[in-house]
Design a protein around this ligand. Structure first.
Ligand code: GLU
Length: 460
């Protein structure tokens, strides 16, 4: 007769074997998709205690279903450049999971986009969207088109061609794209115009991140960056800390980064560094956000030009070493895997207290482990950057009701959503014996809602 302790070890071993086998089959079925493997590995490992407690998820094949997209669409995007030459890019849309709502997630236009990037982003979006408490499923899309160096008319022609194919698969109750890297207000405008022309109808709810004059939500632009800071504020508050008088390093200088800087500064922090894909700027007296906004949002210039106007700042070519700058709070808001173990070690040795992921999966698995082992407060992307998609869901609600809310209303709702995500993640982490671990907590809280909806809807 095995002792109770032995039975427990055997059960844990069984679940671990199940998860390992599933992970191996994901690798085999999706060869070379390393970013997708990374995202799946993190989630599967977090779910071991849930599967032990609720083995019916195993019998129902919930995880096998979750790691396989409901649909992965890939298509040719031909367009004519300014010299009259035909160019061809590849477009994608992954419709990953619709258990709790229409597929929802951004479009990324960047030369690094491939099926692995789109699938890791779409997979993460399932859990992130569930955490928001809004009725939205998981999706993502994009193209390997590089908007950098393209004229406005080239971007328009590419974007129209992209939508000419994408429009067959989306709609306000089926799949609602938005922006991501390389897709901002301008691209959303062209996408919306082309969709409207093809459909012959003004369907506001088909895209989010729209301009304020044609169905966009006030506060959407700021939402991801503000949301990340609201989330980190909750983590800090629990330890009696705050942004006030803290030193902050924020990578990137796109939409997420700019509004994370804005909110951190409003809360009394000094933001000493930010970056773009070429390099980073550092000014220990604090970065002047008005200049960054003008250079990036209005003039489309490189961050290196900042030092021409602010000689007290230093510019360094290359992005990796931004994490060698001593800070209390680090907010990676640029791109995936920008913090590796080396960067994590630098941050920890310089005394970082909190890390909040504004970008999607900006820390490698080794970096995350290192932060957790060293008791750094760590806000994972699925939770910390969920503010953007949350306000997208609020935009959908306003479009359905044909009305618009004020900035104060949207911002208050965003703050409430970020607080709730923090509390739900903390509660789940505690319930499943990993108190304080928000990586595990966010994955579990996001998972359970989707898994239960899948069970209730039968084998589909
Ligand atoms: N691209 C954003 C994200 O990663 C926003 C998605 C959306 O608003 O649908 O969550």
């Amino acid at each position: 007769m095995p002792t109770l302790e032995k039975v427990k070890v055997t059960e844990t071993q069984f679940t671990m074997n199940y998860v390992n086998e599933l992970y191996e089959s994901v690798k085999k079925r999706n060869p070379h998709e390393v970013e997708f493997h990374q995202a799946v590995k993190e989630v599967l490992e977090s779910l071991i205690p849930v599967l032990e407690k609720h083995p019916h998820y195993i019998k129902q094949g919930i995880l096998e279903r979750m790691v396989e997209p409901e649909r992965m669409i890939s298509f040719r995007v031909p367009w004519v450049d300014d010299y009259g030459y035909v160019q061809v890019n590849r477009g994608y849309r992954v419709q990953f999971n619709s258990a709790i709502g229409p597929y929802k997630g951004g479009l990324r236009f960047h030369p690094t986009v491939n099926s692995s990037i789109i699938k890791f982003l779409g997979f993460e979006q399932i859990f992130k969207n569930s955490l928001t408490g809004q009725p939205i499923g998981g999706g993502k899309g994009g193209s390997d088109f590089n908007p950098k160096g393209k004229s406005n008319t080239e971007v328009m022609r590419f974007t129209q061609s992209f939508m000419t194919e994408l429009c067959k698969y989306i709609g306000p109750d089926t799949d609602v794209p938005a922006g991501d890297i390389g897709v901002g207000a301008r691209e959303i405008g062209y996408l919306f115009g082309q969709y409207k022309k093809i459909q012959g109808a003004f369907t506001a709810g088909v895209l989010t991140g729209k301009g304020l004059g044609y169905g966009g939500s006030i506060g959407r632009k700021e939402a991801t960056g503000y949301g990340t800071v609201y989330f980190v504020e909750e983590m800090l508050k629990d330890k009696g800390l705050g942004f006030k008088e803290s030193t902050v390093v924020i990578s990137g200088s796109g939409n997420v980064s700019i509004y994370a800087m804005e909110k951190a500064i409003q809360l009394g922090a000094t933001v000493v560094a930010c970056s773009d894909s070429n390099g980073y700027i550092y000014d220990k007296r604090g970065i002047d956000l008005t200049t960054v906004k003008r250079l990036k949002e209005v003039e489309g210039k490189r961050i290196s030009e900042y030092v021409d106007e602010h000689p007290s700042a230093e510019y360094t070519e290359g992005c990796k070493e931004i994490w060698s700058i001593p800070c209390d709070i680090a907010l990676p808001c640029a791109t995936q895997n920008e913090i590796d173990e080396h960067a994590a070690k630098l941050l920890v040795s310089n005394g970082v207290q909190a890390v909040g992921e504004g970008a999607n999966m900006p820390s490698t698995l080794q970096a995350v482990d290192f932060f957790l082992e060293n008791n750094v407060l760590f806000g994972p992307a699925k939770a910390a950057n969920a503010g953007g998609v949350s306000v997208s869901a609020l935009e959908m609600a306003q479009n359905s009701a044909r009305l618009s809310w004020s900035f104060e209303e949207v911002d208050l709702k965003l703050q409430q959503i970020m607080k709730k995500i923090y509390q739900d993640s903390m509660t789940a982490a505690k319930e499943y014996s990993n108190p304080g671990n928000l990586v595990v907590g966010a994955n579990i809280a996001g998972f359970i809602k989707v898994a239960d909806a899948m069970v209730e809807q039968g084998v589909i």
